[in-house]
Design a binder for this molecule. Sequence first.
Ligand SMILES: [Zn+2]
Length: 563
Amino acid sequence: MKIRIARKSAAVLMISLLLYLVSPALPAGAAEGPPGMVRIGLYWGDNALSSANLLNYVGGGYRFGYFDSNRSFVELASTGEKAITMLKDWSMYLSGGKYYDSKPSSSYETIGCYHIRLNTAYDTYAEAAAAAQSYSGGFAAYHSGKFYVCAGSYASYDEACADLSARGLDGTAMTASQYCVTVVATGTTKILFQFDGGKDRSLGVMPIAGEGEKAQTWFKGYKYYGGFQYARLTGENLTVVNFIDIDDYIKGVLPYEMNPEWPLEALKAQAVAARTYTAASLDGKHKSYGFDLCPEPDCQTYRGTNGAAELSDRAVDETAGIYMTYEGRYAQTYYHSSDGGATENCENVFNEAIPYLRGKLDPYERNVETKHDSWSYTYTAKDITGILQLKGYKCGNIVAVTPVYTELGNIYSLTFLDDKGVSWTFSKYSAGSILYSQTYGKYTYSQRFTIRAENGDADVSSVYVNSAANQIEDTSGLYAIGSGGIAVPIGGLGKYSVVTASGTETISVSGSGKAIYADSYVVSGSGWGHNVGMSQYGAKAMAEMGYGYADILNFYFTGVQIG
Ligand SMILES: [Zn+2]
């Protein structure tokens, strides 16, 4: 039996709810062979860009083309320039080295969206690029499946017409479609290439690799493996998507999901979880923007290769191609920071029961420091009233609390009774989070906590041990002898071991379903997160004890296949 001594946590962790969010409930995808390329949105929606630069970090130059429906890159053209900028084909203004889509107040140069297009069409970029050399301001353009030579860029159609007749060229003044993207050498008005594939085919840019090394490219302060797509979905700004090999992507995710200095086997368990989550998320909630996952915690945090570390990279390489499945489908890889002693059945926290997300007592996690080993907050009845009202519930003064616990001793529901006789019930995940309040500086960090009257004396009369059913109604006022021979109060409800005449037996402690009338309540708990699936600290503990990543996953995900 582990005795936990509740202590006040001094730190007020503003971000502590985040861990509730990192494991979204997505439907498991069918396992139709592992994905190669995944699409990660970098800028989209209101954050779409009028200009987007790229700078080679490893490698030199770029190939231009598009990604086909199989996510394969189709090359059309290339450049040896190391610093390029994609612009929406618009009247763009260069000022102080930056591009603007409206006139800046300082002096500027214009890159207009009107051009002279020569009448000859070519089948290849090479032919068009060679021909373009003969014209001042000439560049090769891909317009609806053909290559052309364009010359000049003008802010208006009239300007383009005037220059066309002045130069006496065999061409037309024109502007491309609203989906067109122009590539320039960064910091200049020099057009390198123009791509107009219409609504359905967007510009793809694939950095050219170095000698024996994968290409890496700087984009807005982050380094990325893989290529990029620039789509003008609504004919407006550029939606920027990173097309990347799934394992290179996982290398950019892992250091943000688990400390990359943790043991290798724990990192490998997390790598398989992240890879499986990714595979199950293809064509998911961001599909309408043309990508699979965003780089934020609602999907998986991803910042290119900036956070990559040797051990986390190794964990990805050593589990390459390995997924977690259940009955032939990718498993839903819920995880949380720490379970505080027991995980929980999925249906007791979220909605539906999932066969491999079963709660169990965790004998491993206690062997490591989790930073949330135990926590305790005192709530007056007035505090509880205030928190509920702050969260929008129009309750009266709370006079009683009825907790219901799961078989594993985690919270299942909390019912608050107010002085008008109205009950307010919060179940599952809501039971775990309703008393979390930054305003009050009082927190429930996980599903694993108990609530009791602060003045335990009020409950003493109801404490009893029922030898027939091995049930203790309440542990207030009960003490156990800890490892140092010191008597400490038993801090929670759940299963305990007791020494009896016939040896050690497990007894259940239950305060479930009993209304507690008090002016003040003590909430004591352990763990951080939603308690479903894998405990990351538990994985760390298992790895330190010599277990492999498959052992870890098999413990936290009941009956899954790993391979
Ligand atoms: Zn997302």
